[in-house]
Design a protein around this ligand. Structure first.
Ligand code: C6P
Length: 417
């Protein structure tokens, strides 16, 4: 074990937040659960679980339609959630916050509504080689429809950083959009999105940040980032599943046509044609996930209560600690940066299949993820089909990482014997 990484991550005050997560206090296959699948979805604190029940027990009604008491309460809760999300991201106005089902839906919304009206044959959508399928496939579909082309900022190798020396070569006059992941779900790389947005903006290129893995793990300020769009998923940041946010600059949102049509988003409908509301309502057709938005707002307040800077620091400490401890094992290949990584560590144990690693870890109470993590092109680039992945959150501890490393050691012994 490396002694250079201090086990300072288990500050009693941060670890004490574990008490807020009932699900963490259980045994799996006779062992205490070690939940290291936070990049897939995080666990939920009691305050979020209770907010969902409270909403359904006391306030449930449809929003923006009724004028009865329950509908007024539901509408107030939903719109107050939008204000919380605007504060959380430091948006200029709640009108810049669109509730979606998650990051994937936000990306599809931008690809269809913005892309469909702005992108033409010969234009370039610039992505990176480490994108999740959700920030790749919608652009492929757009490129097929419009004749646009995709280009990819390259990564440097196993250490999985963007090759910043080549960025300017890619920011050509054909590029309409730079859409990039903030924290890679497969590599744990933290991309310098501030700098990249600034470079793109100088050339008049629209920017989008996929913050699915960062929004619940660090402070994000869309005005400081100066991005045009940002997407996040509530379920990866202590919130419920099925709810997320698309942030968009208000002027840009109001220039875009709607994506989906239906109730809620219209001003006036005739048999032949319709007119729509301004953003955000123009992009929220149909009954939204009201309880989900309210639960997400509670999760955002909870993360601020824990402290987003502390969460970011803890993440990096756990990432560094796990990287150092795993590096001590023979025959392991670890992907992503050696220093300055997020709390996500992907690895291969020789030729043992990732699903076998995950299954054997599961037998010992450790929840990992194995597979291509919805980044198949990246896996091919790295020359592997799949990896095993441990991903941490503020309620995880270095003690849990020590147990996990022992489990990995046992798995290696099992396959070598
Ligand atoms: N990554 C993972 O285990 P949704 O499914 O819409 O909530 O999030 C999609 C998404 C978009 N971008 C990034 C960087 C992501 O990591 C994810 C989801 C999960 O890594 C499921 S594949």
């Amino acid at each position: 074990m490396s002694t250079s990484v201090k086990a300072s991550a288990t500050k009693p005050d941060l670890a004490s937040f574990r008490a807020d997560f009932p699900i963490l206090h259980q045994q799996v296959h006779g062992k205490p659960l070690i939940y290291f699948d936070n990049a897939a979805t995080s666990q939920k604190p009691t305050s979020v679980i209770e907010a969902l029940s409270r909403y359904y027990e006391r306030d449930n009604a449809n929003v923006h339609r009724g004028i009865h008491e329950l509908s007024n309460r539901a509408t107030a809760g939903f719109e107050s959630a939008r204000e919380t999300a605007a504060r959380f991201l430091h948006a200029r106005s709640p009108n810049e916050i669109i509730f979606t089902r998650g990051a994937t839906e936000g990306l599809n919304l931008v690809a269809n509504a913005w892309g469909g009206s702005r992108v033409r044959a010969g234009d370039v959508i610039l992505l990176t080689e480490m994108e999740h399928h959700s920030n790749l496939v919608p652009w492929q579909l757009l490129a097929e429809r419009t004749g646009a082309r995709l280009a990819f900022l390259p990564i440097t190798g196993d250490d999985g950083r963007l090759d910043l020396s080549r960025v300017d070569d890619f920011l050509t006059s054909e590029v309409r959009l730079l859409a990039m992941v903030h924290i890679s779900n497969s590599l744990g790389t933290i991309n310098p999105v501030n700098e990249l947005c600034a470079r793109a903006r100088k050339r008049g290129i629209t920017t989008l940040i996929d913050a699915a893995q960062s929004a619940g793990h660090r402070r994000l300020d869309v005005q400081e980032l100066d991005c045009d769009f940002l997407v996040l998923s509530g379920h990866k940041m202590c919130g419920p599943t099925g709810i997320g946010v698309l942030y968009g600059r208000e002027a840009l949102l109001n220039e875009m046509p709607p994506w989906q049509g239906g109730g809620e988003m219209i001003l006036n409908v005739e048999y032949g044609r319709s007119t729509w509301k301004h953003a955000p309502h123009k992009f929220e057709a149909g009954t939204p996930d009201i309880a989900g938005a309210i639960g997400l707002a509670v999760a955002m307040d909870y993360l601020d209560h824990v402290g987003r800077d502390r969460i970011a620091q803890h993440d990096m400490e756990l990432g560094a600690y796990a990287f150092a401890r795993l590096s001590g094992l023979d025959g392991i290949r670890i992907f992503g940066p050696h220093v300055g990584r997020a709390g996500i560590v992907s690895f291969c144990l020789g030729d043992v299949h990732a699903h076998d690693v995950v299954e054997l870890a599961n037998q010992r109470g450790v929840a990992l993820r194995g597979g291509h993590h919805c980044t198949q092109p990246l896996m091919r680039k790295l020359g592997v089909e799949s990896t095993s992945r441990a991903s941490f959150y503020f309620y995880n501890t270095t003690g849990e990482i020590d147990c996990f490393v022992e489990v990995i050691r046992d798995i290696q012994k099992f396959f070598s014997g």
